[in-house]
Design a protein around this ligand. Structure first.
Ligand code: ATP
Length: 309
């Protein structure tokens, strides 16, 4: 069966739990400290692998202990990391994460090797993997040119492509209309649509207005994640359907979007129709927020099926 190819960032996450999130200049002290594998690309690769896909991950690490442990964690989750670029004299990316009592988070990322991922490497590695790929998932946090080359190669080869615009960088605007399916969250959707559409931006109706505007420009479906309100599928022709959230026990929402994207890619690679793939991704993401750490709560294929039954 065709697999999932993921191009994006890999980080080591340092997670602190505290009563509240710190404001500027403030220090908060909490009891918890944990270290986890992270990075939107690598997290989504793990989510896709747990959901049953054969997953190849392309990204970059430093030639250091953090990089070796990040790759070992991916391998342990069944992700193929043979084509990860190892960059000397460049540290592996690190994310500093604070999680409060409500499960909300605040994140600062030091890109390190992710910021040095070379276009040449991405071109070569993506080209080599595309023949066995059923869905390419690309996220930002890596150089814009690397994002562009991966998306363009997949589209040219007729391989379905998801672009997770997290964060929205200039290349995302350029790739609207490329044929890639965009998967923004609410804030990213607002950043990708005209400010004149601003208004009651907390409502689902407003998200529909914005997603329709983006889908019409992209000439491709737009899948928006709405946090505790589930997700929203808008087709290229503007048909909108909200997928309600599964009830969730929220411990840590870090990685919910990555779980959503990884499972969506796994299902599309398997040939699942987009509507059903979004429903599975929505269910998997709700399961993922119950555990501390981006990857700990990512469900298996069987757990996703059970949650949807
Ligand atoms: P993050 O950056 O924290 O990974 P995100 O901002 O990219 O997340 P969200 O829109 O917050 O993405 O969440 C992604 C998906 O996770 C949602 O579409 C939904 O399916 C699921 N989800 C998130 N929070 C909840 C919740 N409280 N209850 C149920 N499902 C949730």
């Amino acid at each position: 069966m065709p697999g999932v190819l993921v191009v994006g960032a890999v980080n080591v996450d340092m997670v602190v739990t505290a009563p509240t999130l710190p404001s500027a200049g403030e220090t908060v002290v909490g009891p918890g400290v944990e270290r986890h594998g992270g990075g939107k690309g690598a997290n989504a690769a793990v989510a896709a692998s747990r959901a049953g896909a054969t997953v190849t991950y392309i990204g970059a690490v430093g030639d250091d202990d953090l990089g070796r442990s990040a790759l070992a964690e991916l391998r342990a989750d069944g992700v193929i990391v043979d084509n990860v670029e190892v960059i000397t004299r460049c540290p592996t990316g690190v994310a500093l994460i604070v999680v409060d009592e409500n499960g909300e988070n605040q994140i600062a990322v030091g890109g390190g090797a992710n910021s040095a991922l070379s276009v040449e490497h991405v071109h070569e590695a993506v080209s080599a993997s595309l023949p066995e790929t059923g869905c390419l998932l690309v996220s930002t946090e890596i150089p814009d040119r690397a994002v562009a080359v991966a998306v363009e190669l997949a589209i040219a080869a007729g391989v379905p492509c998801l672009l997770n615009p997290a964060p929205v960088t200039p290349v995302v605007h350029q790739l609207v209309g490329s044929g890639a399916i965009l998967t923004p969250n609410r804030g990213e959707l607002a950043a990708l649509t005209p400010s004149e559409l601003a208004g009651a931006d907390r409502t689902i109706e407003q998200a529909v207005v914005r997603a329709r505007a983006l889908a019409s420009r992209s000439r491709a479906p737009v899948v928006t994640t709405l946090g505790a309100e589930g997700s929203l599928l808008v087709t290229a022709t503007g048909d909108a359907e909200r997928v309600p959230p599964l009830p969730a026990t929220v411990r840590d929402t870090t990685g919910a979007g990555d779980t959503f994207n990884g499972v969506l890619a796994a299902r599309l690679a398997r040939g699942t129709a987009l509507r059903a793939a979004v429903a599975d991704a929505n269910a998997a993401a709700a399961l993922s927020v119950a555990m501390l750490g981006a990857r700990a709560g990512m469900p298996t294929d069987g757990e996703i099926d059970a949650a949807r039954a």
